[in-house]
Design a protein around this ligand. Sequence first.
Ligand SMILES: *Cc1c(COP(=O)(O)O)cnc(C)c1O
Length: 427
Amino acid sequence: MCPTDPDHDAGHAGPAEGDADDNQEPGSSGSDGRARPGAWGRSTTAVWSGEPDHSPEGATVAPLFLGVTFGFDDLDEWRAVGAGEKPGHIYSRNTNPTVDLFERKVAALEGAERATAFATGMAAVSNTLFALLEPGHRVVSVKDTYGGTNRIFTEFLPRWTVDVALCDTSDHDAIESAIDDGADLVYLESPTNPMLKVLDIARLAERAKEVGAVVVVDNTFATPINQRPLELGADLVLHSATKFLGGHSDAMGGVVAGAASEVEPIFRFREINGASLDAHSAFLLARGTRTLELRVERQNANAMQVARFLAAHPAVEAVFYPGLPDHPGHDVARRQMRGFGGVLSFSLKGGFDAMRGVLGRLRLAHRAASLGSVATLVGPPATTSHVELTAEQRAAAGIPESLVRYSVGVENGDDLVADLRAALDTL
Ligand SMILES: *Cc1c(COP(=O)(O)O)cnc(C)c1O
């Protein structure tokens, strides 16, 4: 029989526990007198967290470390870094300074001790699930998770004899009773994609704690500017950094954040699974993250303006946006979010053909998959967020044929409304 020694991992070069503190306090040891991050606002945190105290040559922007490997003159130091006794880097699949910088920014923004980054959002989702789950475990989640996540639940985890209970997203009582039946991991996403349903994270996390389940929240739609799941009782928060964190549709990535002890097994799985974030993407994602609050505040405002316009338009059947008072999740969203986010969806009275026509007439919004960009992105869920599902699965998920998902960018809200008005008024 082959030995399976979990401690045998020669390539491990992760920061030792306790380093996270140093990492999150760029100003605390420096002589420049910057305040401690705990007292910082979100934008100050986004700009300054994770930055090195002393950048080489005093560079204003921390350099991009493309090096795959890092050398040591002293073999003892090499060994100590490899053993995680000293901070440092050995090989970029394990850790890299530019990736570290991005991870520390996200950890600080989420109020987490530590974060670990991935090549894509789906790598963050899958590595988290496969690192934490074992055969025989039970997951409780909802039907409206991201399409790719839903496929892990329905296609892959059952093969590993992990039992997955997917509850009606709008039925908190059903989710609670599924948790009461026993859960090792409770996986939540709020607001959801593309119907913008809202889950009461604090309520469900509390219930999950009663059965000892780990609570994971996909916070991609909300961003840490609008919602901080760890403060609401979650153990781990994850993101597709491809979306709002990066914010410019020019880099892919994912990230998981939480207590160092919770993140460690996921980091160790990612090291040997190989779904590591590359330094170039990390540099772009960190650059995007520095302006996260500015962008998200504009996107919150734009989405509200667009949602109000659509709700009053006669061609529109329904608007799904948690910022609207008649949205079923509005009260919970008001409690747990600082802003309602940059994504909304709407259905049209004219059905599928009307949707085709309206999308074709938009001149400003870019017809493309993805969301959270500086540019407004629009598309039908069938070809964007839920392309991984079959037509039958989409119908079962209650996604209308005429649904348009609209992810506002940072353009001027009046221009977005004018673009939509021109496209809708011809109906
Ligand atoms: C896009 C997305 C993902 C997957 O991220 P990728 O970077 O595309 O792999 C996961 N969850 C949500 C909510 C997303 O929007």
